[in-house]
Write a protein that binds this ligand. Structure first.
Ligand code: PMP
Length: 441
């Protein structure tokens, strides 16, 4: 653990002088230890001092094939000499839309965007237009991007700020969000069957959309209880609410057909981004023809200068082709299972209380004191953040980049081969040993 960090720290100080917090996205800020990364390849990234890390953060999830994957780069390079944008549709957009509709049950039609935030912004507008209602139901601890209508009650809300479990309050996660929006937002707790039923029965007539992460990918990957997604689906059907599966994290990661294939429940609208582009900016909104066709002249506006740009769509075409024609996600699942089991065995051996949840391609690892199954966001924030922070620091020092906070999952890519998993498990063992030795409550 005598790795040099001087160049990385100096680069961060430069960044800090000209960029608020020294980062381009608040979530990347990690105090004085904020990393500046020079390059990535496959499952690895290197900081400015040349320290190598096995990357389990993968840019918050997009990198599904590995950093700098050649299948993606080659497809992009083919495009580069021909320009990136035209005031016209490009054949790559058609290919990507066709592939998404073919792979994802529940998706008849697709529009392309550039980020998860754009996709959820348009999907919620579409739902409002389709229902002629304004309200939105979202779940505590879910994140749907940083636009004003959804940046409420996310996983960053402090313990105790969410109100009574029977009547959660919407908590704005930033200054600058108009107060009036609170009146359109209803917050519910994940896996609370009865609470959601009460909310929908009471307010359903005002609600355009219920937007959910089918598994809580921004709160340690808590899984839906059996029947929960079906319950939400039925409530939405009964009350004319548009159900939106925000699959920005789960899409093209937990199954080729996302949460609908994995859990067997269909939504009305879906939002995709992240894994769709292996790190290039591309996103999609998809769903039932009837709802999607509300995007029409004189009806609903969806658009943007960069929507469908050739670099993003080339990346998406390459990712989707790899997923459709080779067992990318099956391989990731197998290795993810090995990693989860290996981590669990090591933590048990060292007597560190933990709970693991989620899917092998994106899983949460929470530290105790409680080790029973977390069902919702409020269970997650009762975990031992201090111990996890210490474990994470040892992991990074030893060469594995994991989030310093267990709300964000471990992500795997196809480049995380069995030998990379073995190397990781050796480091987990050392980090667990050091944590056990040095942790003081
Ligand atoms: N939805 C979900 C489920 C997400 O996890 C995220 C990003 N973490 C977003 C939407 C927003 O995506 P983006 O950062 O591309 O705007």
């Amino acid at each position: 653990m005598n790795r040099p960090y001087s160049q990385t720290r100096a680069a961060f100080q430069r960044a800090r002088k000209v960029m608020p917090l020294g980062v381009s996205s608040n979530f990347r800020y990690a105090g004085d230890d904020t990393m500046v990364v020079a390059r990535g390849e496959g499952p690895y990234i290197w900081d400015m001092d040349g320290n190598r890390y096995i990357d389990y953060r993968l840019a918050y999830g997009p990198v599904i094939l590995g950093h700098g994957d050649k299948r993606v780069s080659d497809r992009i390079i083919q495009q580069l000499g021909m320009g990136n944008l035209y005031a016209h549709t490009h054949p790559l957009e058609i290919e990507v839309a066709e592939r998404i509709a073919r792979m994802c049950p529940g998706v008849d039609k697709v529009r392309l965007s550039n980020s998860g935030t754009e996709a959820t912004m348009h999907a919620t507008r579409l739902a409002r237009a389709y229902t002629n209602r304004d309200g939105i139901i979202k779940l505590e601890g879910a994140y749907h991007g940083n636009h004003d209508y959804v940046l409420w009650s996310t996983a960053n809300m402090p313990l105790g700020s969410g109100g009574s479990p029977r009547s959660p309050v919407a908590v704005a996660q930033s200054s600058g969000i108009p107060h009036e929006i609170r009146g359109m937002l209803y917050v519910a707790r994940f896996n609370d069957f009865e609470g959601m039923e009460r909310l929908v029965k009471d307010k359903g007539g005002n609600v355009a959309a219920m937007i959910i992460e089918p598994m809580l990918g921004n709160s340690a990957c808590i899984m839906p209880e059996p029947g929960y997604l079906e319950h939400l689906c039925k409530l939405c059907d009964d009350h004319g609410i548009v159900l939106i599966f925000d699959e920005v994290k789960t899409g093209f990661r937990i199954a080729n057909g996302g949460a609908t294939e994995y859990f067997g429940v269909k939504a009305d609208l879906y939002t995709f981004a992240k894994a769709l582009g292996n790190g290039y900016p591309v996103a999609a909104i998809g769903g039932r023809k009837e709802v999607m066709d509300t995007i029409a002249f004189g009806q609903v506006v969806h658009g943007g200068t960069y929507c469908g740009n050739a670099v993003g769509t080339a990346a998406a075409a390459a990712v989707l082709e790899a997923l459709e024609t080779t067992p990318v996600l099956e391989n990731i699942q197998k290795r993810g299972k090995r990693l989860m089991k290996g981590i669990g065995d090591i933590l048990t051996e060292h007597g560190l209380p933990y709970f693991m949840t989620g899917h092998p391609a994106m899983f949460g690892l929470m530290f105790g004191p409680k080790t029973e199954k977390p069902k919702e966001f409020r269970d997650v924030i009762k975990g031992n953040f201090k111990m996890y922070d210490m474990f994470g620091e040892y992991m990074r020092d030893l060469g594995v980049d994991v989030e310093g906070d267990f709300r964000e999952p471990f992500f795997l890519s196809e480049a995380h081969t069995d030998s990379v998993i073995d190397e990781t498990l050796n480091i987990v063992n050392d980090a667990a040993k050091l944590t056990k030795q040095n942790y003081r409550p």
